[in-house]
Design a protein around this ligand. Structure first.
Ligand code: EPZ
Length: 430
Protein backbone atom coordinates (compact mmCIF):
# COMPACT_ATOMS: atom_id res chain seq x y z
CA UNK A 1 0.00 0.00 0.00
CA UNK A 2 1.41 3.36 -0.99
CA UNK A 3 2.38 5.73 1.80
CA UNK A 4 4.05 9.09 2.15
CA UNK A 5 7.29 9.00 4.10
CA UNK A 6 8.21 12.41 5.47
CA UNK A 7 11.18 13.75 7.35
CA UNK A 8 10.03 16.97 8.94
CA UNK A 9 11.90 20.12 9.75
CA UNK A 10 12.60 21.83 6.43
CA UNK A 11 10.86 25.17 5.92
CA UNK A 12 9.13 25.19 2.54
CA UNK A 13 10.74 27.78 0.30
CA UNK A 14 10.17 28.59 -3.36
CA UNK A 15 7.38 28.74 -5.91
CA UNK A 16 4.53 26.35 -6.59
CA UNK A 17 2.05 26.28 -9.50
CA UNK A 18 -1.56 25.59 -8.62
CA UNK A 19 -3.61 23.36 -10.91
CA UNK A 20 -7.20 23.53 -12.09
CA UNK A 21 -9.95 23.39 -9.47
CA UNK A 22 -10.99 19.80 -8.82
CA UNK A 23 -14.48 20.71 -7.69
CA UNK A 24 -15.06 22.99 -10.70
CA UNK A 25 -13.68 20.32 -13.03
CA UNK A 26 -16.10 17.71 -11.70
CA UNK A 27 -19.09 19.95 -12.43
CA UNK A 28 -17.78 21.14 -15.80
CA UNK A 29 -16.84 17.67 -17.07
CA UNK A 30 -20.35 16.46 -16.23
CA UNK A 31 -21.95 19.50 -17.87
CA UNK A 32 -19.90 18.93 -21.03
CA UNK A 33 -22.15 15.98 -21.89
CA UNK A 34 -25.13 18.34 -22.25
CA UNK A 35 -24.29 19.11 -25.88
CA UNK A 36 -23.83 16.79 -28.85
CA UNK A 37 -21.07 19.06 -30.14
CA UNK A 38 -17.44 18.72 -29.11
CA UNK A 39 -16.22 20.55 -26.02
CA UNK A 40 -12.58 21.28 -25.21
CA UNK A 41 -11.73 21.75 -21.55
CA UNK A 42 -8.34 23.00 -20.38
CA UNK A 43 -6.73 23.01 -16.95
CA UNK A 44 -8.41 19.77 -15.83
CA UNK A 45 -6.44 18.51 -12.82
CA UNK A 46 -5.06 14.99 -13.28
CA UNK A 47 -6.38 13.60 -9.99
CA UNK A 48 -8.27 10.45 -9.11
CA UNK A 49 -11.69 12.11 -8.77
CA UNK A 50 -11.66 13.70 -12.24
CA UNK A 51 -10.28 10.50 -13.77
CA UNK A 52 -13.02 8.35 -12.21
CA UNK A 53 -15.69 10.79 -13.40
CA UNK A 54 -14.26 10.58 -16.92
CA UNK A 55 -14.49 6.78 -16.69
CA UNK A 56 -18.13 7.07 -15.55
CA UNK A 57 -18.83 9.27 -18.57
CA UNK A 58 -17.09 6.82 -20.90
CA UNK A 59 -19.19 3.98 -19.45
CA UNK A 60 -22.34 5.55 -20.94
CA UNK A 61 -20.81 6.22 -24.36
CA UNK A 62 -19.19 9.66 -23.98
CA UNK A 63 -15.98 9.93 -26.02
CA UNK A 64 -13.21 11.59 -24.05
CA UNK A 65 -9.88 12.29 -25.73
CA UNK A 66 -6.98 13.48 -23.66
CA UNK A 67 -5.10 16.03 -25.73
CA UNK A 68 -2.48 16.40 -23.03
CA UNK A 69 -2.31 15.81 -19.29
CA UNK A 70 -4.68 18.71 -18.52
CA UNK A 71 -6.76 19.08 -21.67
CA UNK A 72 -9.68 16.89 -22.66
CA UNK A 73 -11.94 16.87 -25.69
CA UNK A 74 -15.41 15.55 -24.96
CA UNK A 75 -18.07 14.41 -27.38
CA UNK A 76 -21.37 13.16 -25.98
CA UNK A 77 -23.31 12.68 -29.21
CA UNK A 78 -23.43 8.88 -28.82
CA UNK A 79 -24.59 8.35 -25.26
CA UNK A 80 -26.20 4.86 -25.17
CA UNK A 81 -27.11 4.54 -21.54
CA UNK A 82 -28.63 6.88 -18.94
CA UNK A 83 -27.61 4.81 -15.92
CA UNK A 84 -24.45 5.50 -13.93
CA UNK A 85 -23.32 2.36 -12.14
CA UNK A 86 -22.76 2.02 -8.43
CA UNK A 87 -19.01 1.47 -8.80
CA UNK A 88 -18.42 5.06 -9.90
CA UNK A 89 -20.59 6.63 -7.23
CA UNK A 90 -18.78 4.56 -4.59
CA UNK A 91 -15.46 5.90 -5.81
CA UNK A 92 -16.57 9.45 -6.32
CA UNK A 93 -19.74 11.07 -5.04
CA UNK A 94 -19.67 13.82 -7.61
CA UNK A 95 -20.64 11.31 -10.32
CA UNK A 96 -24.10 12.42 -9.21
CA UNK A 97 -23.58 15.61 -11.23
CA UNK A 98 -24.39 13.40 -14.21
CA UNK A 99 -27.92 13.27 -12.80
CA UNK A 100 -28.53 16.98 -13.40
CA UNK A 101 -26.67 16.92 -16.71
CA UNK A 102 -28.50 13.88 -18.14
CA UNK A 103 -31.86 15.02 -16.79
CA UNK A 104 -31.40 18.42 -18.45
CA UNK A 105 -30.40 16.93 -21.79
CA UNK A 106 -32.42 13.69 -22.02
CA UNK A 107 -35.13 14.32 -19.34
CA UNK A 108 -34.13 11.03 -17.74
CA UNK A 109 -31.28 9.73 -15.61
CA UNK A 110 -30.50 6.95 -13.17
CA UNK A 111 -27.62 7.25 -10.76
CA UNK A 112 -26.77 5.10 -7.79
CA UNK A 113 -27.65 6.85 -4.52
CA UNK A 114 -24.48 8.08 -2.80
CA UNK A 115 -24.07 6.91 0.78
CA UNK A 116 -22.57 8.75 3.73
CA UNK A 117 -18.85 9.32 3.75
CA UNK A 118 -15.91 10.01 5.97
CA UNK A 119 -16.87 13.59 6.66
CA UNK A 120 -20.54 13.15 7.45
CA UNK A 121 -24.01 12.08 6.37
CA UNK A 122 -24.29 14.16 3.22
CA UNK A 123 -28.00 13.97 2.31
CA UNK A 124 -29.18 14.92 -1.19
CA UNK A 125 -32.72 16.04 -0.34
CA UNK A 126 -32.10 19.50 -1.80
CA UNK A 127 -31.02 18.07 -5.16
CA UNK A 128 -34.22 16.02 -5.25
CA UNK A 129 -36.34 18.96 -4.17
CA UNK A 130 -34.87 21.01 -7.02
CA UNK A 131 -35.44 18.33 -9.67
CA UNK A 132 -39.03 17.86 -8.48
CA UNK A 133 -39.65 21.60 -8.62
CA UNK A 134 -38.58 21.46 -12.27
CA UNK A 135 -41.29 18.87 -12.89
CA UNK A 136 -39.19 15.70 -12.77
CA UNK A 137 -40.44 12.55 -11.10
CA UNK A 138 -37.81 11.35 -8.69
CA UNK A 139 -37.94 7.97 -7.00
CA UNK A 140 -35.44 5.84 -5.19
CA UNK A 141 -35.50 2.14 -6.05
CA UNK A 142 -32.94 -0.60 -5.49
CA UNK A 143 -30.34 1.95 -4.43
CA UNK A 144 -30.83 4.07 -7.55
CA UNK A 145 -32.17 7.59 -7.87
CA UNK A 146 -34.37 7.45 -10.93
CA UNK A 147 -35.53 10.73 -12.35
CA UNK A 148 -37.52 11.34 -15.50
CA UNK A 149 -40.12 13.58 -17.04
CA UNK A 150 -41.70 14.47 -20.37
CA UNK A 151 -40.67 18.08 -19.98
CA UNK A 152 -38.68 20.12 -17.47
CA UNK A 153 -40.31 23.44 -16.57
CA UNK A 154 -38.60 26.39 -14.94
CA UNK A 155 -39.66 27.21 -11.38
CA UNK A 156 -38.81 29.20 -8.26
CA UNK A 157 -36.62 27.07 -5.99
CA UNK A 158 -35.54 27.99 -2.47
CA UNK A 159 -32.76 25.77 -1.14
CA UNK A 160 -33.22 25.09 2.58
CA UNK A 161 -29.47 24.79 3.08
CA UNK A 162 -26.69 26.41 1.11
CA UNK A 163 -25.50 23.44 -0.91
CA UNK A 164 -22.80 23.52 -3.56
CA UNK A 165 -23.88 20.18 -5.01
CA UNK A 166 -27.61 20.98 -5.13
CA UNK A 167 -26.95 24.40 -6.69
CA UNK A 168 -24.80 22.76 -9.37
CA UNK A 169 -27.16 19.86 -10.10
CA UNK A 170 -30.27 22.05 -10.27
CA UNK A 171 -28.48 24.71 -12.35
CA UNK A 172 -27.54 22.09 -14.95
CA UNK A 173 -31.05 20.66 -15.23
CA UNK A 174 -32.64 24.14 -15.29
CA UNK A 175 -30.27 25.31 -18.05
CA UNK A 176 -32.28 23.09 -20.42
CA UNK A 177 -35.74 23.42 -18.81
CA UNK A 178 -38.49 25.37 -20.53
CA UNK A 179 -38.86 28.90 -19.14
CA UNK A 180 -37.31 30.66 -16.19
CA UNK A 181 -35.84 29.19 -13.01
CA UNK A 182 -34.73 31.09 -9.94
CA UNK A 183 -32.53 29.36 -7.38
CA UNK A 184 -32.62 31.22 -4.07
CA UNK A 185 -30.17 30.67 -1.23
CA UNK A 186 -27.76 29.34 -3.84
CA UNK A 187 -24.15 28.47 -3.05
CA UNK A 188 -21.66 31.18 -4.12
CA UNK A 189 -18.47 29.12 -4.30
CA UNK A 190 -16.04 29.94 -7.14
CA UNK A 191 -16.76 26.57 -8.75
CA UNK A 192 -20.49 27.38 -8.93
CA UNK A 193 -19.56 30.54 -10.85
CA UNK A 194 -17.14 28.61 -13.05
CA UNK A 195 -19.85 26.12 -13.99
CA UNK A 196 -22.29 28.94 -14.82
CA UNK A 197 -19.64 30.59 -17.01
CA UNK A 198 -18.97 27.30 -18.76
CA UNK A 199 -22.69 26.63 -19.37
CA UNK A 200 -23.07 30.18 -20.69
CA UNK A 201 -20.14 29.55 -23.04
CA UNK A 202 -22.21 26.61 -24.39
CA UNK A 203 -25.20 28.89 -25.00
CA UNK A 204 -27.00 28.73 -21.64
CA UNK A 205 -28.53 31.87 -20.13
CA UNK A 206 -27.54 31.98 -16.46
CA UNK A 207 -27.23 35.18 -14.44
CA UNK A 208 -26.36 35.88 -10.81
CA UNK A 209 -23.96 32.99 -10.14
CA UNK A 210 -21.74 34.12 -7.29
CA UNK A 211 -24.69 35.74 -5.52
CA UNK A 212 -27.35 33.89 -3.59
CA UNK A 213 -29.97 34.27 -6.33
CA UNK A 214 -29.27 32.56 -9.65
CA UNK A 215 -31.63 33.25 -12.56
CA UNK A 216 -31.74 30.85 -15.46
CA UNK A 217 -33.60 31.13 -18.75
CA UNK A 218 -33.78 27.61 -20.14
CA UNK A 219 -32.58 26.92 -23.69
CA UNK A 220 -33.49 23.94 -25.88
CA UNK A 221 -29.97 23.12 -26.96
CA UNK A 222 -26.39 23.82 -25.97
CA UNK A 223 -23.44 24.00 -28.33
CA UNK A 224 -19.72 23.17 -28.29
CA UNK A 225 -17.24 25.34 -26.42
CA UNK A 226 -13.63 25.76 -25.37
CA UNK A 227 -13.15 26.53 -21.72
CA UNK A 228 -10.36 26.82 -19.13
CA UNK A 229 -11.09 25.79 -15.54
CA UNK A 230 -10.24 28.21 -12.71
CA UNK A 231 -7.33 27.53 -10.33
CA UNK A 232 -7.99 25.40 -7.27
CA UNK A 233 -8.78 27.54 -4.24
CA UNK A 234 -8.21 24.69 -1.79
CA UNK A 235 -4.97 23.40 -3.30
CA UNK A 236 -3.69 26.99 -3.12
CA UNK A 237 -4.87 27.39 0.48
CA UNK A 238 -3.22 24.10 1.42
CA UNK A 239 0.18 25.30 0.17
CA UNK A 240 -0.35 28.66 1.89
CA UNK A 241 -0.87 26.89 5.20
CA UNK A 242 2.03 24.52 4.46
CA UNK A 243 4.23 27.62 4.27
CA UNK A 244 2.86 28.88 7.59
CA UNK A 245 3.24 25.58 9.43
CA UNK A 246 6.81 24.94 8.24
CA UNK A 247 7.86 28.58 8.86
CA UNK A 248 8.55 28.92 5.19
CA UNK A 249 8.35 31.42 2.35
CA UNK A 250 6.25 30.22 -0.57
CA UNK A 251 5.01 31.97 -3.68
CA UNK A 252 1.77 30.25 -4.63
CA UNK A 253 1.33 30.92 -8.34
CA UNK A 254 -1.53 30.74 -10.80
CA UNK A 255 -4.27 31.61 -8.31
CA UNK A 256 -7.17 34.06 -8.12
CA UNK A 257 -6.29 35.99 -4.91
CA UNK A 258 -9.94 37.08 -4.47
CA UNK A 259 -10.90 33.40 -3.95
CA UNK A 260 -8.31 33.17 -1.18
CA UNK A 261 -9.38 36.16 0.89
CA UNK A 262 -10.77 34.27 3.89
CA UNK A 263 -7.63 32.11 3.94
CA UNK A 264 -5.23 35.07 3.62
CA UNK A 265 -7.14 36.93 6.36
CA UNK A 266 -6.61 34.09 8.84
CA UNK A 267 -2.93 33.78 7.94
CA UNK A 268 -2.48 37.49 8.58
CA UNK A 269 -4.34 37.18 11.87
CA UNK A 270 -1.97 34.47 13.10
CA UNK A 271 1.08 36.54 12.22
CA UNK A 272 2.11 35.52 8.69
CA UNK A 273 2.91 37.98 5.95
CA UNK A 274 0.72 37.63 2.88
CA UNK A 275 1.58 39.51 -0.30
CA UNK A 276 -0.89 39.42 -3.15
CA UNK A 277 -0.18 40.14 -6.79
CA UNK A 278 -2.41 39.64 -9.85
CA UNK A 279 -2.22 35.87 -9.98
CA UNK A 280 -0.02 34.87 -7.07
CA UNK A 281 0.07 35.00 -3.30
CA UNK A 282 3.27 34.85 -1.26
CA UNK A 283 3.13 33.60 2.32
CA UNK A 284 6.06 34.24 4.64
CA UNK A 285 6.05 32.88 8.18
CA UNK A 286 8.98 34.40 10.01
CA UNK A 287 7.36 34.92 13.42
CA UNK A 288 5.85 32.42 15.87
CA UNK A 289 2.21 31.68 14.96
CA UNK A 290 -0.52 33.30 17.02
CA UNK A 291 -3.89 31.85 18.01
CA UNK A 292 -7.30 32.71 16.56
CA UNK A 293 -10.91 31.55 16.31
CA UNK A 294 -12.46 30.23 13.10
CA UNK A 295 -15.87 29.02 12.00
CA UNK A 296 -16.26 27.27 8.67
CA UNK A 297 -18.96 28.77 6.47
CA UNK A 298 -20.16 28.68 2.88
CA UNK A 299 -18.18 30.97 0.51
CA UNK A 300 -17.04 33.69 1.03
CA UNK A 301 -16.58 32.38 4.58
CA UNK A 302 -13.67 30.22 5.67
CA UNK A 303 -13.97 26.93 3.72
CA UNK A 304 -14.66 23.65 5.47
CA UNK A 305 -12.16 22.16 3.02
CA UNK A 306 -9.44 24.22 4.75
CA UNK A 307 -10.49 23.35 8.31
CA UNK A 308 -7.96 20.56 8.96
CA UNK A 309 -5.13 22.65 7.51
CA UNK A 310 -5.83 25.60 9.81
CA UNK A 311 -6.20 23.29 12.81
CA UNK A 312 -2.73 21.88 12.09
CA UNK A 313 -1.35 25.45 12.07
CA UNK A 314 -3.21 26.50 15.22
CA UNK A 315 -1.98 23.35 16.95
CA UNK A 316 1.48 24.93 16.77
CA UNK A 317 0.43 28.46 17.71
CA UNK A 318 0.85 30.33 20.96
CA UNK A 319 -2.32 30.25 23.05
CA UNK A 320 -5.76 28.70 22.71
CA UNK A 321 -7.80 28.65 19.52
CA UNK A 322 -11.35 27.54 18.83
CA UNK A 323 -12.37 26.08 15.48
CA UNK A 324 -16.05 25.46 14.79
CA UNK A 325 -17.08 23.21 11.91
CA UNK A 326 -20.51 24.29 10.73
CA UNK A 327 -20.81 22.44 7.38
CA UNK A 328 -20.11 18.75 8.04
CA UNK A 329 -20.73 16.98 11.33
CA UNK A 330 -17.85 14.52 11.20
CA UNK A 331 -14.86 16.46 10.04
CA UNK A 332 -12.58 16.22 13.07
CA UNK A 333 -11.71 12.54 12.68
CA UNK A 334 -8.09 13.35 11.93
CA UNK A 335 -7.63 14.99 15.35
CA UNK A 336 -6.83 11.60 16.90
CA UNK A 337 -3.98 11.21 14.41
CA UNK A 338 -2.71 14.72 15.10
CA UNK A 339 -2.84 13.96 18.82
CA UNK A 340 -0.51 11.02 18.14
CA UNK A 341 1.91 13.63 16.79
CA UNK A 342 1.71 15.60 20.02
CA UNK A 343 -1.13 18.06 19.38
CA UNK A 344 -3.25 19.16 22.31
CA UNK A 345 -6.78 19.35 20.92
CA UNK A 346 -10.11 18.58 22.52
CA UNK A 347 -13.12 18.07 20.30
CA UNK A 348 -16.58 18.77 21.70
CA UNK A 349 -19.32 18.26 19.13
CA UNK A 350 -18.54 20.49 16.20
CA UNK A 351 -15.89 22.50 18.04
CA UNK A 352 -12.17 21.89 18.48
CA UNK A 353 -10.42 23.60 21.36
CA UNK A 354 -6.76 23.80 20.52
CA UNK A 355 -3.98 24.52 22.97
CA UNK A 356 -0.89 25.23 20.92
CA UNK A 357 2.24 23.10 21.45
CA UNK A 358 5.76 24.03 20.43
CA UNK A 359 6.32 21.10 18.06
CA UNK A 360 4.84 17.96 16.58
CA UNK A 361 6.74 14.70 16.58
CA UNK A 362 6.69 12.23 13.67
CA UNK A 363 4.41 9.17 13.91
CA UNK A 364 2.71 6.54 11.79
CA UNK A 365 -0.68 8.03 10.88
CA UNK A 366 -3.59 7.42 8.54
CA UNK A 367 -5.30 9.89 6.21
CA UNK A 368 -9.03 9.68 7.00
CA UNK A 369 -10.15 11.77 4.00
CA UNK A 370 -8.78 14.08 1.33
CA UNK A 371 -8.28 17.41 3.11
CA UNK A 372 -7.46 15.92 6.50
CA UNK A 373 -4.88 13.74 4.75
CA UNK A 374 -3.22 16.78 3.20
CA UNK A 375 -3.26 18.55 6.57
CA UNK A 376 -1.57 15.60 8.26
CA UNK A 377 1.15 15.66 5.60
CA UNK A 378 1.72 19.32 6.43
CA UNK A 379 1.94 18.41 10.13
CA UNK A 380 4.53 15.78 9.18
CA UNK A 381 6.56 18.37 7.26
CA UNK A 382 6.92 20.43 10.40
CA UNK A 383 7.37 17.52 12.81
CA UNK A 384 10.54 16.35 14.44
CA UNK A 385 11.57 13.00 12.92
CA UNK A 386 9.80 10.70 10.50
CA UNK A 387 6.09 10.59 9.74
CA UNK A 388 4.53 7.87 7.63
CA UNK A 389 1.08 8.62 6.21
CA UNK A 390 -1.14 5.68 5.21
CA UNK A 391 -4.16 5.70 2.90
CA UNK A 392 -2.73 8.38 0.64
CA UNK A 393 -5.27 7.33 -1.99
CA UNK A 394 -7.55 9.85 -0.31
CA UNK A 395 -5.04 12.64 -0.84
CA UNK A 396 -4.54 11.65 -4.46
CA UNK A 397 -8.27 12.14 -5.06
CA UNK A 398 -7.72 15.86 -5.10
CA UNK A 399 -4.04 16.85 -5.12
CA UNK A 400 -2.01 16.35 -8.28
CA UNK A 401 1.64 15.43 -7.69
CA UNK A 402 1.31 16.58 -4.08
CA UNK A 403 4.60 15.09 -2.91
CA UNK A 404 6.46 16.29 -6.03
CA UNK A 405 5.26 19.86 -5.55
CA UNK A 406 6.27 19.69 -1.88
CA UNK A 407 9.68 18.26 -2.85
CA UNK A 408 10.20 21.19 -5.21
CA UNK A 409 9.76 23.47 -2.19
CA UNK A 410 12.46 21.60 -0.29
CA UNK A 411 10.34 19.09 1.61
CA UNK A 412 11.77 15.68 2.37
CA UNK A 413 8.83 13.56 1.29
CA UNK A 414 8.61 10.45 -0.86
CA UNK A 415 5.93 8.07 -1.97
CA UNK A 416 6.91 4.57 -0.85
CA UNK A 417 5.22 1.28 -1.62
CA UNK A 418 7.16 -1.31 0.38
CA UNK A 419 8.89 -1.63 3.75
CA UNK A 420 12.17 -1.77 1.83
CA UNK A 421 11.48 1.58 0.16
CA UNK A 422 10.57 3.06 3.53
CA UNK A 423 13.82 1.82 5.06
CA UNK A 424 15.73 3.28 2.09
CA UNK A 425 14.04 6.64 2.68
CA UNK A 426 14.93 6.53 6.37
CA UNK A 427 18.58 5.78 5.57
CA UNK A 428 18.68 8.56 2.99
CA UNK A 429 17.29 11.27 5.27
CA UNK A 430 19.36 10.09 8.21
C1 EPZ B 1 -18.96 20.28 -2.00
O1 EPZ B 1 -19.59 19.13 -1.45
C2 EPZ B 1 -17.52 19.92 -2.23
N1 EPZ B 1 -17.47 18.81 -3.18
C3 EPZ B 1 -16.86 19.54 -0.91
O2 EPZ B 1 -15.50 19.33 -1.16
C4 EPZ B 1 -17.01 20.69 0.07
O3 EPZ B 1 -16.54 20.28 1.33
C5 EPZ B 1 -18.47 21.11 0.19
O4 EPZ B 1 -19.03 21.38 -1.11
C6 EPZ B 1 -18.66 22.35 1.04
O5 EPZ B 1 -17.95 23.42 0.49
C7 EPZ B 1 -17.54 19.08 -4.49
O6 EPZ B 1 -17.63 20.21 -4.92
C8 EPZ B 1 -17.46 17.90 -5.40
P1 EPZ B 1 -22.80 20.79 0.08
P2 EPZ B 1 -21.19 19.05 -1.43
O7 EPZ B 1 -23.94 20.20 -0.67
O8 EPZ B 1 -21.70 19.69 -2.65
C9 EPZ B 1 -25.95 19.76 3.53
C10 EPZ B 1 -13.44 18.24 -1.02
O9 EPZ B 1 -12.68 17.97 -0.06
N2 EPZ B 1 -26.83 19.25 2.47
O10 EPZ B 1 -22.45 22.22 -0.14
O11 EPZ B 1 -21.55 17.63 -1.18
C11 EPZ B 1 -24.71 18.91 3.74
O12 EPZ B 1 -24.97 17.80 4.57
C12 EPZ B 1 -14.92 18.04 -0.91
O13 EPZ B 1 -13.02 18.66 -2.11
C13 EPZ B 1 -28.12 18.88 2.78
O14 EPZ B 1 -28.56 18.93 3.92
O15 EPZ B 1 -21.50 19.89 -0.16
C14 EPZ B 1 -23.76 19.90 4.34
O16 EPZ B 1 -24.02 20.02 5.71
C15 EPZ B 1 -15.33 17.31 0.31
N3 EPZ B 1 -28.92 18.44 1.75
C16 EPZ B 1 -24.14 21.22 3.67
O17 EPZ B 1 -25.45 21.02 3.13
C17 EPZ B 1 -28.50 18.38 0.46
O18 EPZ B 1 -29.30 17.98 -0.40
C18 EPZ B 1 -23.22 21.64 2.53
O19 EPZ B 1 -23.04 20.56 1.62
C19 EPZ B 1 -27.20 18.77 0.16
C20 EPZ B 1 -26.37 19.20 1.19
Amino acid sequence: MEQYAIKGGNPLVGEVEIGGAKNAALAILAAAIMTDETVLIENVPDVRDTNVLIQAMESIGVIVNRIDRHTVKINASHIHDLTIEDDYIKKIRASYYLLGALLGKYKKAEVSLPGGCNIGLRPIDQHIKGFRALGANVRIEHGLIITETEELKGNHIYLDVVSVGATINVMMAAAMAAGKTTIENAAKEPHVVDLANFLNSMGADIKGAGTDVIRIKGVSRLHGSEYTIIPDQIEAGTFMFAAAVTKGDVMVKNVIPKHLESISAKLLEIGCEVEESDDAVRVVASKPLGHTHVKTLPYPGFPTDMQPQIVVALGLSQGTSIVTESIFENRFKYVDELTRMGANIKVEGNTAIIDGVTRYTGAGITAPDLRAGAALVIAGLSAEGITVVDDIKFIERGYEDFHLKLQSLGAQIEKVDTERELQKFKLKVG
